[in-house]
Ligand binder design. Structure first.
Ligand code: ZN
Length: 397
């Protein structure tokens, strides 16, 4: 292969006061531009018209000339332009039925980030300087960049716990496609376990997660009890919640990285259910929010690693009755209540509910892979599907 895989390398950094102020101002402007453009596109959408990226770009130029929005000129223009591109991607995913309608960014809840392309940063001798900031960032190089790598995109972000990160997108010559494998695996998302594989293996949640979740619930109760007027204590309680939440997601992401790398290394084909965001049940519980986030992380990690290593991920429609079908004789059961964990088919086979479902998912995916039609699978093969490419690959531990 002549082209190399692009990978994101993420590091913590510690901004000076001036850098923190400049970056916070940039995050605010990015959010403002994204929301203005979303409002304009939504307004057009209600008139059954579509506004494209170029039109929003022209709007941005006009906004900058108004007195009210003149402050947009004070930050680097590149992250603002990138915000419009991200919105374009969000709409493409919406029209492609891969995502819900784009939502407004909130000051408190949304991820704070700004993306810089090559014209807006300088990377020299391992020092990274962003546009509109005088000094290079104080980055903790927890692991080296690939030999001779030079980033094409740099993303700065701050998480809810206040930590600053910079992610550098670089070509990585060390990632090479693996030799083809014979194995294929089906993956079922369970209730009791994180995932069940068609091989019979059950993958549980990361260690300590139960305890961390209990801590999170406690921290949230404490936050809820803080009176509205008590600003300092409330802010402190909110930071505690954010810190525990960040630890849960960090551990989970680490766990998912190891798991997806193993699945991709061992299997040529991986079949999953297409649990699209739009199909997910709305549920206020945080446990559920974490599980949903884990699922979309799991899927995107699988897809980009499959691209790296020359593997295939097939997503089958979720209406397929994977739990009710006997994977041995093909008989369909009338019903399969959630509490039934093990059942016996008329053909005499004793099934573990989740393993049977994973086997069915695998069988359907492989059939679809051969005949094409039937289950409307969404494939993501190397070099395929745009939705996958537009996602920024995450760091692998
Ligand atoms: Zn049977």
């Amino acid at each position: 292969m002549t082209t190399h895989v692009k990978r994101a390398f993420k590091y913590r950094f510690y901004p000076t006061d001036a850098q923190a102020a400049e970056l916070s101002r940039t995050f605010g402007c990015v959010r403002k531009v994204y929301n203005l453009a979303l409002a304009a596109r939504t307004e057009a959408w209600t008139r059954q018209e579509r506004v494209n990226y170029n039109q929003t770009s022209a709007m941005l130029t006009a906004w900058k000339k108004t007195e009210e929005l003149a402050y947009l000129n004070e930050v680097s223009a590149v992250p603002l332009q990138q915000a419009l591109r991200h919105l374009q991607t969000a709409f493409a995913n919406f029209f492609g039925k891969r995502a819900k309608y784009p939502r407004f960014k909130s000051r408190k809840k949304s991820r704070k980030s700004a993306e810089y392309t090559t014209s807006a940063f300088r990377f020299r001798d391992g020092r990274l300087t962003l546009a509109k900031t005088a000094e290079p960032l104080d980055i903790v190089w927890s692991r080296p960049l690939p030999e001779g790598a030079s980033p094409s995109t740099v993303t700065v972000s701050q998480d809810a716990a206040g930590r600053w990160y910079v992610s550098l997108l670089c070509e990585d010559p060390s990632v090479q496609p693996l030799a083809p494998a014979d194995a294929a695996v089906g993956v079922d998302v369970g209730l009791g376990h994180l995932l069940t594989l068609s091989t019979g293996e059950k993958v549980s949640n990361p260690r300590h997660e139960r305890r961390d979740r209990a801590r999170l619930a406690k921290a949230q109760r404490r936050l809820a009890r803080k009176a509205r007027g008590d600003g300092a204590n409330r802010a402190k309680a909110r930071r505690t919640v954010a810190r525990v939440y960040a630890r849960i997601t960090d551990r989970r992401r680490d766990h998912l990285h190891k798991l997806t790398t193993r699945l991709v290394r061992e299997n040529q084909t991986i079949v999953i259910e297409d649990l699209a965001v739009r199909n997910m049940v709305k549920n206020g519980s945080l446990a559920r929010a974490i599980s949903d986030a884990a699922w979309s992380d799991f899927r995107s990690m699988l897809e980009y690693k499959a691209q790296w290593y020359g593997r295939e991920v097939i997503a089958i429609d979720r209406w397929f009755p994977s739990s009710k079908l006997c994977s041995v004789c093909g008989t369909l059961q009338d019903k399969m209540p959630l509490h039934v964990r093990e059942w016996t088919c008329d053909c005499g086979t004793i099934h573990d509910r989740d393993v049977n479902a994973a086997k069915n998912i695998l069988a359907v995916g492989l059939t679809a892979s051969v005949c094409g039609a039937g289950v409307r699978p969404q494939r993501s093969t190397p070099g395929g599907q745009s939705a996958v490419k537009q996602k920024t690959p995450r760091r692998e531990p």
